[in-house]
Write a protein that binds this ligand. Structure first.
Ligand code: ADP
Length: 195
């Protein structure tokens, strides 16, 4: 895992990013957030989040990878869920994945900040309802759904921060599972601003 404490921006560069930011550095919260460059289907944690579509029956990108890795019993459980609204989240088992659960959330098509924020909020609420303490997010909506990468990070990190401020005792670790270089660059830039 990426260790933010050791690797974050420092000195002038950090100060510049922090200027105008209402967020201060709080080590107890910061320790719970990290990123990893990985295929999300390989993570052995309580839950991974799927960037699903509203049918919840599988698709391309990360959704396809998760369904392929979890196997056909995931599809069968998804059939019983009768879809999911954009911005909402629903739980299934992890089946053949090393993760115990999958939280399926439906991101907005295009740049719709309140819906993207809702995906992350609802995913964490579903996690808390199920005593899930470690959770990994892919970059929801920034693939086929076309949310600009940098603008997405600037929505994602504040809502994660807000949720952790209210519920930090409920989580051990929140992981951003990054697949593309562009997202690694964005998270490297903004993680030290918000955490
Ligand atoms: P959306 O339809 O919500 O945009 P996509 O699956 O097209 O979802 O893309 C979301 C993000 O997931 C993209 O950054 C993509 O690179 C990334 N991604 C694709 N496959 C994986 C994977 N196996 N693990 C983690 N992230 C992945």
């Amino acid at each position: 895992y990426y260790d933010i404490q050791k690797n974050s921006l420092h000195g002038d560069k950090l100060q510049k990013l922090l200027q105008g930011s209402k967020y201060s550095v709080e080590p107890e919260l910061n320790k719970k957030v990290s990123f990893i460059v990985a295929d999300i289907t390989t993570l052995e944690i309580d839950a991974i989040v799927n960037a699903a579509n509203s049918s919840l029956l599988g698709g391309g990108g990360v959704d396809g990878a998760i369904h392929r890795a979890a196997g056909k019993y995931l599809y069968k459980e998804c059939l019983t869920l009768k879809g999911c609204e954009t911005g909402d989240a629903k739980l299934t088992g992890g089946y053949r994945l090393p993760a115990k659960y999958i939280i399926h959330t439906v991101g907005p098509v295009g740049e719709k900040p309140s819906l993207l924020e809702s995906c992350y909020r609802r995913s964490l609420q579903v996690a808390m309802e199920n005593k899930i303490r470690t959770i990994a997010f892919p970059c929801i909506s920034t693939g086929v759904y076309g949310y600009p990468n940098e603008n997405a990070v600037r929505v994602v990190l504040p809502i994660i921060r807000t949720m952790l401020e209210s519920h930090h005792s409920k989580f051990d670790r929140i992981i951003f599972c990054l697949f593309l270089k562009v997202d690694q660059d964005c998270y490297m830039k903004y993680l030290p601003v918000f955490f």
